[in-house]
Design a protein around this ligand. Structure first.
Ligand code: ATP
Ligand code: MG
Length: 442
């Protein structure tokens, strides 16, 4: 019978990806979870996983002795174990080495077989079964690749924005009034008052351009999305930037270079993940194609879509166009002012059109951005036109009396971008614990 034990004095000497023949004769201690066991009668194989990779443990009865062999035979997939042993070259094992065990510590025995396998590229069970056991699901090779790519994405954003002299900020997530109108907010209790979870850092990041010029934030946004889609989460991560003394063309240029930087970093740092996923990054050319909103509406009407100037453009409608350049990244620019939030600056030449853009990847929206209004009277006027009470924005409007610089910025969904780059069907797989209208646990 296997017995579970405490960690005690056991400590790793090596990550599993470091197990290779060059280690020679020294004793190693490795730890991880069992991703596969193979029973060949008098030989047992265990594939162990840790955050660095995989290693093979090979136990021959004649080599390790009856007692240890009997223990190893009982180890089940998903158990959490440690092994002390020596390395032997083995061509067919990961990194060309296998570990011959001399001691086994079992920290936690897996008591149930998982309802899905962790090794393959695809899962045979539905997403809800997986999400109910998400931490186990996240042990799957494919998702491990996705989240290592997410790590590169986040690091490369921070590197790039810091190089461009942007300061990373954090803005309140518990707020008194809506940023973009009343819909889609989650109300909360704040002491004895009603408050809301922030749907975007919009107004705060704009204010911060007064003090820091260039700011960015990577943080949660909360939206009570009523519909069940594969591209909306109730809690998502937004990559927000705001830049002083810039307009929407300037920030589009930053955004496209940011995307190129991210894609290059993934190509460079995630080679094994891309190979496992059989995934290639999109080929990018600067500048990204730009389509004006009005031209697209004409094209969509020609393609037989029932769409009017002023309407939002749905992914469904975009699929009816057969423009090759629309398979990758492209911008839709100059949206109707009426379709955009109050802080978006109308064009000086034509008030009906705004200095705004969406970055798209195929039919999927990645980001929205614009030149912002930096004059108080104009902002108040736009609020009123959109039926918002300017009184409740007093905390915001007040700082416009102190030299708000012209500024522009964008917000981009981290999970949307990750989903697009890793070709996931469902945005829920691009986040650790998705929240949607039906799911508040785990
Ligand atoms: P959509 O039209 O796709 O619902 P939106 O125009 O309402 O998005 P914005 O307010 O422009 O969204 O937010 C900026 C970006 O944040 C979006 O382009 C998208 O990438 C991301 N985003 C917005 N809402 C969600 C959500 N519910 N889940 C995941 N990402 C989101
Ligand atoms: Mg948008």
């Amino acid at each position: 019978m296997l017995k579970e034990q405490d960690l005690g004095n056991w400590r790793k000497t090596h990550g599993l990806s470091e197990i290779n023949p060059a280690i020679g004769d020294q004793q190693v201690v490795i730890m991880g979870w069992v991703s596969a066991v193979r029973d060949h009668g008098n030989i047992q194989f265990i594939i162990l996983r840790d955050i660095t990779g995989e290693a093979q443990i090979t136990a021959k009865k004649s080599e390790v002795g009856e007692q240890l062999f009997a223990m190893i035979k009982e180890v089940k997939e998903h158990s959490s174990i440690a092994v002390k042993g020596k390395i032997r070259p083995q061509e067919r094992a990961p990194n060309g080495a296998e570990v011959i065990p001399s001691e086994l510590a079992v920290f936690s025995i897996a008591r149930k077989a998982a309802p899905f396998v962790t090794q393959g590229k695809t899962s045979t069970v539905g997403i809800d079964t997986r999400l109910d056991l998400r931490a186990v699901d996240l042990r799957r090779s494919y998702l491990q690749c996705v989240f290592r790519i997410r790590q590169t994405l986040l690091n490369s954003i921070r590197e790039f924005m810091s190089r461009q002299q942007f300061i990373e900020v954090s803005t309140p997530k518990m707020i008194a009034t809506a940023t973009e109108g009343g819909a889609a907010l989650f109300p909360i209790f704040y002491y004895n008052r009603e408050a809301f979870l922030a749907q975007s850092p919009q107004l705060y990041k704009e204010q911060l351009t007064m003090a820091f010029e260039n700011v960015f934030e990577i943080g949660p946004i909360f939206r009570a999305e009523p519909s069940r889609t594969n591209r909306h989460l109730s809690e998502a991560t937004s990559i927000d930037i705001e830049k002083a003394f810039a307009d929407y063309n300037d920030v589009m240029s930053i955004l496209e270079r940011l995307i190129v930087n991210i894609v290059d970093s993934i190509k460079d740092r995630n080679k094994p993940d891309l190979a496992f996923m059989e995934l290639s990054m999109p080929a990018l050319e600067l500048p990204f194609p730009k389509y004006t909103y009005s031209d697209l509406i004409d094209k969509l009407q020609e393609a037989g879509e029932k769409i009017q100037w002023g309407d939002d453009i749905s992914p469904q409608a975009l699929k009816s166009l057969s423009d090759q350049r629309m398979n990758g990244f492209y911008f839709i620019v100059d949206w109707p002012t009426s379709a955009k939030p109050f802080y978006v600056k109308p064009s000086a030449a034509d008030e009906k059109i705004s200095e705004s853009f969406d970055l798209m990847f195929g039919p999927l929206e990645m980001s929205s951005g614009s030149t912002r209004i930096n004059r108080k009277d104009q902002l108040v006027e736009r609020m009123q036109k959109q039926g918002l009470k300017s009184d409740s924005f007093d905390y915001h409007l007040r700082v416009f009396d102190y030299g708000m610089p012209p500024h522009a910025g964008f917000g981009m969904g981290l999970e949307r971008l990750l989903m697009a780059l890793t070709k996931l069907d469902n945005i829920r797989d691009a986040t650790f614990y998705p929240r949607d209208i039906d799911r508040l646990a785990p």
